[in-house]
Design a protein around this ligand. Structure first.
Ligand SMILES: Cc1ncc(COP(=O)(O)O)c(C=O)c1O
Length: 522
């Protein structure tokens, strides 16, 4: 069988073949561009991020939600907040906002990017950002400041207060004029924000929630995030009558995309969240938004998104009726993977193909790629996520079962790994004077290391500094700063200039700091 036919058969994903196609020579096309043209120009491995695809998915999601609202006559608006933790890269974040998504952050790192875009005039006028995640009162971090007596004077930067202190970063971003809505995750956070807020601010309360259809189930859902229903009630009571901090949103995330909840499971979860919303609203009439979080399957997957949205909206309407509520909540979604995953693929060269033994008369083939799978495919190894791997050339040749091996000498460094439900890939075998290239697709969400971006970890998790001691002497290798990370994620003058002209949001006169031709912004 031809390798192209095998690829289409092995990955029957409508979205993948919306993006990719093969020409008569068996070369892979991305839209109307030949993938190998990029390799010929820039060499491989190479990671391609498509800003236009990000805009397209946001626009399509907006249309699907509007269709579901029309069909169910759901009267309240729906909001899309891009969960930037899925991918904080400027090439994904800014196009998402340009296409109408609002902001969602989970750390000081992504909030800092937003503050930067806001100051540059690149965000739409009525832009709002909701801040999820642990916003520990900064006093909790004080013991992590090196004490004078133990300070090591070797030119390393001092503790990066900004990245550590998400709570203060929220207040700071709010003070410069960004409409930030913290989603309070614990009673500690409720108290801290109540004491510190200095200007009117909306907030939300996150419920400890998960894949469950009944209240008893909530007690055993080990969300780790958010408040129990009893704590949420206490939180709203404490906030009632607060002169500045106004609770508007209940956050109840049913499940993440990788958990693949079924449609009935999602609808049951949303129904439960709606019944809790109406109950809490009795004590706190200002609540007006139900946020069901992320976890939506990709738009390119064979999945009935409109059907799912309609079922959710109907469930909320039924719960409203049961509760005797006259107004329905705005419905907020925080898609991460849906917006980011398809917008990025990697091109990897296969350096050699080795044949080792036979199975049933067929050679066992290993393609050695210029990269590593253990080091790079977090969701593949942890969650069994099956990233599509398709040939970028030679696709009109015959396909053979093949495993890809990373260049490390580690037995685990193989694709597909044992965690993925796929026995092998089917790829063409290059002749001695040829080189095969493969594309690893849909890697835009949560796979920063797959794209080989040094120093940027999954969800921008902080990298530990290293200290090497030898007796009384030592050398410190500091961890990357937030600014180092931002630069790696494309928050540079050059990148923002590339994206800015597309921006309907951009002010007619961009801030002087962003003029083309001068050095990178940091
Ligand atoms: C609070 C919150 N919102 C949104 C998301 C995005 O989820 P997904 O990428 O499945 O859409 C996550 C993912 O972990 C999350 O924790």
């Amino acid at each position: 069988m031809r390798a192209e036919v095998a690829a289409r058969e092995d990955y029957p994903l409508p979205g993948l073949w919306q993006q990719f196609n093969y020409d008569a020579k068996g070369d892979l096309l991305y839209g109307d561009k030949r993938v190998l043209d990029w390799v010929e120009r820039y060499d491989a491995p190479l990671s391609v991020i498509d800003a236009a695809w990000v805009r397209r998915r946001v626009t399509e999601l907006r249309a699907l939600l509007d269709t579901a609202r029309r069909h169910t006559r759901y009267p309240a608006p729906t909001d899309i907040y891009y969960a930037a933790k899925a991918r904080m890269h400027a090439g994904v974040v800014l196009p998402a906002y340009q296409a109408g998504a609002l902001g969602e952050t989970s750390s000081a790192q992504d909030l800092m990017h937003l503050e930067l875009l806001f100051k540059a005039g690149l965000l739409p006028k009525a832009f709002t950002v909701i801040s999820n995640g642990f916003k520990l009162p900064p006093e909790r971090l004080d013991d992590r400041k090196p004490r004078k007596g133990v300070m090591i004077d070797d030119g390393a930067p001092p503790l990066d207060r900004y990245i550590e202190d998400y709570a203060s970063a929220i207040l700071r971003a709010h003070a410069v004029g960004l409409n930030v809505v913290p989603i309070l995750d614990s009673l500690d956070e409720v108290d801290w924000f109540s004491r510190r807020v200095a200007a009117p601010m909306q907030c939300g309360v996150r419920l400890a929630f998960g894949l469950t259809a009944d209240r008893l189930g909530l007690d055993s859902v080990n969300a780790g995030f958010g408040l129990t229903v009893a704590q949420a009630r206490r939180a709203l009571k404490r906030l009632a009558g607060h002169p500045l901090l106004h609770p508007r949103m209940i956050h109840a995330m049913v499940g993440a995309a990788e958990a693949s909840p079924s449609l009935p499971e999602i609808v049951d979860g949303v129904r439960l969240s709606a019944s809790l919303f109406f109950e809490l609203k009795r004590d706190c009439p200002g609540l007006d938004t139900l946020n069901v979080g992320g976890g939506l399957p990709l738009l390119g997957d064979a999945y009935d998104h409109v059907g799912a949205f309609q079922a959710m909206m109907k469930a909320i309407q039924e719960e409203a009726e049961r509760a005797g509520a006259t107004t329905l909540p705005r419905l907020a979604f925080e898609p991460g993977s849906l917006i980011a995953a398809e917008a990025n693929f990697n091109i990897m060269p296969v350096l050699a193909v080795k044949a080792q033994g036979l199975v049933g008369g067929a050679p066992i083939l290993f393609g050695i790629v210029d990269g590593s799978f253990i080091e790079s495919s977090i969701d593949g190894l942890l969650l069994g996520h099956d990233f599509p791997v398709i040939p970028a050339n030679l696709a009109n040749r015959r396909a053979y079962p093949m495993w890809l091996r990373g260049v490390t000498c580690d037995s685990m460094d193989v694709w597909p790994p044992s965690t993925v439900n796929r026995d092998w890939l089917r790829l063409p075998v290059p002749r001695p004077n040829e080189k095969l290239y493969v594309v690893v697709a849909q890697i835009g969400a949560y796979q920063e290391s797959l794209t080989g971006k040094g120093g940027v970890n999954h969800c921008a998790v902080k990298e530990p500094a290293e200290i090497v001691i030898d007796g009384d002497r030592h050398v410190l290798i500091p961890s990357p700063t937030t600014r180092d990370q931002s630069r790696l994620m494309g928050y540079t003058r050059k990148m923002l200039n590339l994206l800015a002209p597309q921006s309907k949001a951009a002010k007619p006169e961009p801030a002087v700091a962003f003029q083309a031709g001068s050095k990178d912004m940091w």
